[in-house]
Design a protein around this ligand. Structure first.
Ligand code: NAD
Ligand code: GLY
Length: 366
């Protein structure tokens, strides 16, 4: 098992990465002195597969636990589901000293974390991420929240978990498309922070696509190390943490104009990262060879690298980017790459260049 520490003073915690970890969750909860009642929040795809193992393990350790199942999918990240969770927590008499276990992908983690942050003004929670995206990104760093009709993640908090348990065994049941979408966040870490990781991904991609446990463990741990270091330096996104959003402004815009129905998040940010690499070449001198390697790696991972947009769609995309949370003073600020492994945040992109970067492409893989 690999352990990565997120160093945040008295809110520090460990990310444990390995196989066979679900059965050990209860020991870890006991070690952290979590006590009393516990609610596992999971979704309709994950709960039938993995909640029993957790409930049994928690029961053996003397925890009185209950299961709350929410619908699978992004629509569950809503205030309506939050309300339903509060009602069930109250009915089950969870108290200040009780805790929540988020068992699922990023949707469950963000939702359950927000419930934990606000129920009784905050109770402890543990992340048990079961998608690749959640293991390398959303379960780490304490961003929790839900969507409004007006946009994604518009209500939320920074609220750190007490532990993140990444059981790689759970990835065995993850649908192929979801797994590949998670690879988009993995590749992002290479681009924003670690040229050696990027080279490793170029070399080991076939093993990663086979979900080879040893390669997965090393890669998930490296991604978590990078995220932990960025969050340690800038927990509430005053500056540096913005680098984690490389390619996300265009990606979020694409998700919004397709009403969150066409692309998975990872697919949208794959297109966004490739377009942002092209912008980086124009504005920060990212070498053309690096743009090619970035485009090639996303393509080899089975992710879309371009999008065919009609002129009205292009217009809507530019407008949607203006609504992104990263807009400040009416100006969209970008994270751009100088080279693979080195990026700069807070970069201005002239409107004309931006329109050029998302112009209709001659061909699109999807
Ligand atoms: P998700 O939670 O919707 O999971 C994807 C699908 O896979 C769902 O249908 C889910 O039920 C299913 N699933 C999950 N684990 C499974 C398993 N082991 N076996 C079989 N099926 C499984 O999506 P996601 O990609 O994990 O997360 C996306 C969400 O994460 C978005 O809401 C996004 O905003 C959020 N996010 C948050 C952060 C953050 O820092 N908090 C970072 C990135 C993304
Ligand atoms: N996924 C972006 C962040 O955690 O800041």
């Amino acid at each position: 098992m690999r352990i990565v520490k997120v160093a945040l003073g008295n809110r520090s915690y460990e990310i444990r990465i390995g196989t066979g970890l679900l059965a050990r969750l209860a020991d870890h909860c006991a070690r952290l002195k979590l006590q009393g009642r516990c609610a596992i929040i999971s979704d309709t795809h994950v709960a039938p597969r993995y909640s029993k193992a957790l409930l049994n393990a928690l029961g053996r350790e003397g925890f009185d636990s209950t299961l709350i199942t929410v619908p699978a999918g992004e629509t569950a990240k809503s205030l309506k589901t939050v309300q339903a969770c509060y009602d069930q927590l109250a009915a089950q008499r969870l108290e200040r000293k009780s805790f929540i276990v988020a068992l699922g992908g990023g949707v469950v983690g963000d939702l359950a974390g927000f419930v934990a942050a606000t129920y009784l003004r905050g109770i402890a929670f543990v992340q048990v991420p079961t998608t690749l995206l959640a293991q390398v990104d959303s379960s780490v760093g304490g961003k929790v929240g839900v969507n409004l009709r007006a946009g994604k993640n518009l209500v939320g908090a920074f609220y750190q978990p007490r532990l993140v348990l990444c059981d790689l065994d759970t990835l065995a049941t993850l649908p192929e498309r979801e797994y590949r979408a998670g690879l988009a966040e993995v590749i992002k870490y290479g681009i924003i922070y670690d040229a050696a990781l990027f080279r490793r991904l170029e070399r080991d991609l076939p093993a990663l696509l086979r979900r080879d446990p040893a390669i997965l463990a090393a890669v998930v741990a490296r991604c978590c190390e990078i995220k932990a270091e960025v969050v340690r330096q800038d927990e509430t996104e005053g500056g540096l943490r913005a680098i984690l959003n490389f390619g996300h402004t265009i990606g979020h815009g694409l998700e919004a104009i397709s009403h969150y129905g066409k692309y998975l998040h990872g697919e949208a940010i794959s297109i966004g990262q490739v377009a942002t690499a092209a912008l980086s070449a124009r504005l920060l001198g990212l070498p053309p060879g690096d743009v090619g390697r970035i485009t090639d790696l996303f393509g080899r991972a089975g992710l879309p690298v371009a999008v065919r947009l009609s002129p009205p769609q292009q217009k809507r995309l530019l407008a949607a980017m203006q609504l992104d949370k990263k807009v400040s003073g009416g100006e969209v600020k970008f994270v751009l790459a100088r080279s693979i492994g080195q990026v700069e945040f807070g970069q201005r992109v002239p409107a004309a260049l931006l329109a050029g970067a998302i112009q209709p492409q001659p061909a699109s893989p999807r």
